[in-house]
Design a protein around this ligand. Sequence first.
Ligand SMILES: O=C(O)[C@H]1O[C@H](OP(=O)(O)OP(=O)(O)OC[C@H]2O[C@@H](n3ccc(=O)[nH]c3=O)[C@H](O)[C@@H]2O)[C@H](O)[C@@H](O)[C@H]1O
Length: 435
Amino acid sequence: MRALVDDDDSFPSTPGKTKIIDRGGSHHNHRHRHHLAFPRHLLWTLLFLAFLASYLSLRSFLHTSSRYLSSSFATLTFDNRVRASAEPTRPDGLVVLVTGAAGFVGSHASLALAKRGDGIVGLDNFNSYYDPSLKKARRSLLSSQGIFVIEGDINDAKLLKRLFDLVSFTHVLHLAAQAGVRYAIQNPDSYVHSNVAGLVTLLEACKNANPQPAVVWASSSSVYGLNDEVPFSEVHRTDQPASLYAATKKTGEAITHVYNHIYGLSITGLRFFTVYGPWGRPDMAYFSFTRNILQKKPITVYRGKDHIDLARDFTYIDDIVKGCVAALDTAEKSTGTGGIKMGPAQYRIYNLGNTSPVTVPTLVSILENYLKVKAKKHVIEMPGNGDVPFTHANITLARVELGYKPKTNLEEGLKKFVKWYLSYYGYSSRKGKNW
Ligand SMILES: O=C(O)[C@H]1O[C@H](OP(=O)(O)OP(=O)(O)OC[C@H]2O[C@@H](n3ccc(=O)[nH]c3=O)[C@H](O)[C@@H]2O)[C@H](O)[C@@H](O)[C@H]1O
């Protein structure tokens, strides 16, 4: 281009300065060509600038629109996945939001409900209270059964609203919580965050939903605290908690009562008694004892005052799941609409235990027997960390009203747990190892 019009570096500020390549033309022609060359020069420049501008704006358009498109595809995918997961596969199937779905009880309950054709949407924050890889493995199991588990927190009001806008949940099975009795000494805030604030956020979403779902949620045997009447019945005192965990679960019972009373939410609280089994929680005694025994590490066994052994009404996971399902099936509808109560709503609390407490040293000897390894026991007096000396459930109410009937004793249940543990952590394949 330059060769045609200019052999100087400078753009023609004065026409005479520009040396036009004159290939034998007259002065007139020269002038004429010079005259013509100027707009052509300008034209090329303008064309170049126009090209550059359109290239840049096309790039930015493509960039913006691809971001927009990919985010709306992501939205579509998310919404579609939620709706698909919520779709029951049997007539009149329940549509259940399961919080804590990647947790121990949550994953088992979700699978059981999906198996019979209910629509399930899971929610879990995958926190690192214990190894999140176990939670992710549970999520994979659920995903293989068509259950979508959303990574999100029950404190996220926006997310909850979006889920209730997308799906008319008939029930909420609320199992998300900060569990563990002794960890409350280390991290008290996490109990308030999940078991109190998170519960209120969830109930707000439930109460605002239209239709309102019926809520079934996990309370705890720990609410009996220092109660010494046995076996523990729902009519006994629960105003003497021994741990912050217990206090937050008792608070949950009070909070759910308020939402039942003011907004007409149908509420069922289930007091679980030390639930154990395959895919369990690594922080619990039966699980951590198994790990340590296999690794030949010592275990600490707490003992009560006067050398009394501690005892728990250990309850097998499948029995607990049956109790959860029965509670969902017998829950009446909530009575509120648009956040306003239209009539009295159901409020229930049930013990879900096994009714036969076993001491911690007996638990250890059952494990030693299955693992064929002697435990290195370090027995110490129970520190003041929130533990209670024993639990023992009276389950008459659950039996009569839910048809709840636990079937698995600790020996049978631990056998299944150990089988799962060895397989999950790859011990079964290590032939010849002395486990
Ligand atoms: O029913 C509940 O509401 C609770 O059950 C469960 O709590 P717990 O009954 O305390 O179960 P878990 O920790 O297995 O300890 C069992 C026994 O082993 C003793 N124990 C424990 C640990 C240890 O190192 N040594 C020991 O002797 C210990 O002193 C106790 O005597 C749930 O974790 C809790 O989230 C909640 O759901």
